[in-house]
Design a protein around this ligand. Structure first.
Ligand SMILES: [Zn+2]
Length: 266
């Protein structure tokens, strides 16, 4: 038996999900800056005075220290500090829903184990999302969320093709008639290419412009996005269908269902 001390990792992390374990402990799923997805066990963290307890609240950005043993599925959380608690300051229903939806999305759409390029930098994408969402000058939370969805797809090499028909490559300006959005084809599609299956949806000019802005990485939403709930719904619908088609097991995050229910009710 080795007496060497176990290596310790110090890294920033985003708490994605937490669940109870045993009488008083908890397990948390983290996305870390330096080690990708890591599951930690926080011993006795469900006791009221536990110093580990604040480090495993979903949605928090934390700095953590844990034993790093690649042979184990669970790493021991040792300590750390909270960097940002964006749910702590009573955000609007909309902001909390998008934050929770983002946690669910990231947890669900993990790049496959071998895709190190897709994993590296994933934390930075999520950190930016959370910091912007938390800032008082946050533009439309919906736009921010759509950008996150787009960037997650991009990292897996799956971003929708928008500048030309994904089937035959005809440039967007040269497509006869209105282009379609077709998840099965991989993005924009001309009438000929979109005719083959039931995945095509009509695409308004404003939604096409919005998708082009997402593709270009524009931080600000287009002007009509602010005022048109129909446009937000259309872009969101295309993205959700696309994610559902290309990422096995994806479904609309529960938090967005709640948001929708809240809006319908009020
Ligand atoms: Zn085509």
């Amino acid at each position: 038996m080795s007496l060497l001390p176990r290596p310790t990792a110090h890294t920033d992390a985003l708490v994605l999900r937490t669940w109870p374990c045993g009488e008083t402990s908890a397990v948390a799923s983290l996305l870390t800056r330096e080690h990708g997805f890591v599951k930690v066990i926080a011993k006795a963290a469900r006791r009221p005075r536990s110093r580990l307890r604040p480090l495993i609240e979903p949605g928090r950005l934390v700095e953590v220290e844990f034993a790093l043993d690649p042979a184990r599925e669970l790493q021991y959380l040792r300590g750390g500090s909270v960097l940002l608690d964006s749910l702590g300051a009573e955000p609007s229903l909309e902001r909390s829903a998008y934050l929770l939806a983002a946690l669910e999305l990231v947890d669900r759409c993990r790049p496959a184990a071998g895709m190190s390029a897709a994993q590296s930098g994933l934390f930075d994408v999520c950190e930016e999302f959370i910091r912007v969402l938390d800032s008082p000058t946050c533009p439309q939370p919906a736009w921010l969320f759509f950008r996150l969805e787009w960037r997650l797809l991009e990292r897996q090499g799956l971003a929708p093709r928008i500048e030309a028909c994904a089937g035959c490559g005809t440039a967007v300006g040269e497509i006869a008639g209105a282009p379609w959005f077709d998840a099965g084809e991989g993005g924009l599609a001309c009438s000929d290419c979109a005719a083959g299956d039931g995945d095509r949806r009509s695409l308004s000019g404003d939604a096409l412009a919005g998708l082009q802005d997402l593709d270009a990485g524009r931080p600000e939403p287009p002007a009509r996005f602010e005022t048109s709930a129909a446009l937000r719904r259309e872009i969101g619908g295309h993205l959700h269908r696309f994610l559902g088609y290309h990422l096995p097991g994806y479904r609309l995050p529960t938090a967005l269902d709640l948001l929708r229910a809240g809006k319908d009710g009020g």
